[in-house]
Design a protein around this ligand. Structure first.
Ligand code: CP
Ligand code: NVA
Length: 317
């Protein structure tokens, strides 16, 4: 069954049901096949997308711009050096104006509250392209990549090793809980998901996914189909870099740890950008079991699916 997502924002996957996530993933597979076959529709023709960036981006920006542009849409990149977002003009007023001119808004920045205000006041779908709290469009690409590489999500075991409370880990754990992926997180005590968030995760979905949290990376990866990590220092947290490197050094993903899954077919994922030699060795990320380039490509297909569904534009290509 295809869920109706017309008019919806994506601020966090907490707001999406497993059926709605399934619809996005299945639509992403369709648009990925279309592109591979050289079939280009013009489904975004006449539409415009405001792309607001307070933080840097390669993948997210390029995924939104190329997905929207290649089907005739007009994406407009607006950094906070360009517009008055929260400086000189309130976020509420900017949201009202953008909503009069654009069909949808992508926001990448610091506060989750900014994304919420944009959605509340603009009246058009708002897509969270990363905040300090969440990175939901990344998690959609992660799920698609896991399904492509490992088969049905509900039978899969994922191990997240590193900063277990950052935006990427949080959205990944929500997505996995909703779709029935079993997760084990290895992180130092200071960087583990909070007890409150773990209780929230255990209430999500109805598919009975489990989450275990440990300080021991070897225990966490045992039996895993997927080993996932992210940078040790996220954007906006640069003052913590030295402390993070001290805490997270034992959590580097190297060949020895990847082999610790005991499963020769297990894959390595990373949202990118990666700091090779810190959270992951070059041997792993550039090795045969790395699926990070598929994962990066899948940002585009999942984001295109999200925009087509929420803008009500899904028709025959
Ligand atoms: N994974 C990701 O969001 O990459 P960018 O920061 O390059 O957008
Ligand atoms: N956790 C990282 C993800 C970058 C895509 C950050 O926020 O910098």
């Amino acid at each position: 069954m295809t869920a109706d997502l017309r008019g919806r924002s994506l601020l966090t996957l907490l707001d999406y049901t497993p059926e709605e996530i399934r619809t996005i993933l299945d639509t992403a597979k369709t648009v990925k096949r279309e592109r591979a076959a050289g079939v280009y529709a013009r489904r975004f023709e006449g539409r415009s997308l405001a792309m607001l960036f307070e933080k840097r981006s390669t993948r997210t920006r390029c995924a939104f711009e190329t997905a929207f542009g290649e089907e005739g849409g007009h994406p407009v990149f607006l950094s906070n050096q360009d517009i008055h977002l929260g400086a000189k003009e309130s976020i509420e007023d900017t949201a009202r104006v953008l909503g009069r001119m654009f069909d949808a808004i992508q926001f990448r920045g610091f506060r989750q509250r900014t994304a919420q205000i944009l959605a509340e006041r603009s009246g058009v779908p708002v897509y969270n392209g990363l905040t300090d709290s969440y990175h939901p469009t990344q998690a959609l690409a992660d799920l698609l990549t896991i399904e492509e590489r490992c088969g049905p999500l509900a039978l899969t075991r994922l191990s997240y090793v590193g900063d277990g409370r950052n935006n990427v880990a949080t959205s990944l754990l929500i997505a996995c809980a909703k779709m029935g992926v079993h997760c084990s997180v290895a992180a130092p005590a200071e960087l583990q998901p909070t007890d409150e968030f773990r209780r929230e995760l255990s209430r999500l979905g109805d598919v009975g996914a489990s989450i275990n949290v440990t300080t021991d990376p070897r225990a966490a990866v045992d039996g895993a189909d997927v080993v996932y990590t992210d940078v040790w220092t996220s954007m906006g947290e640069e003052e913590s870099r030295a402390e993070r490197e001290r805490l997270l050094l034992p959590y580097r993903v190297d060949s020895d740890l990847l082999n610790g899954t005991g499963r020769p077919q297990s894959v390595f994922l990373h949202c990118l950008p990666a700091v090779k030699g810190k959270e992951v060795t070059a041997e792993v990320i550039d090795g045969e079991r790395s699926a990070v380039w598929d994962q990066a490509e899948n940002r585009k297909h999942t984001i295109k699916a999200l925009m087509l569904l929420t803008l009500g534009l899904l028709g025959a290509p």
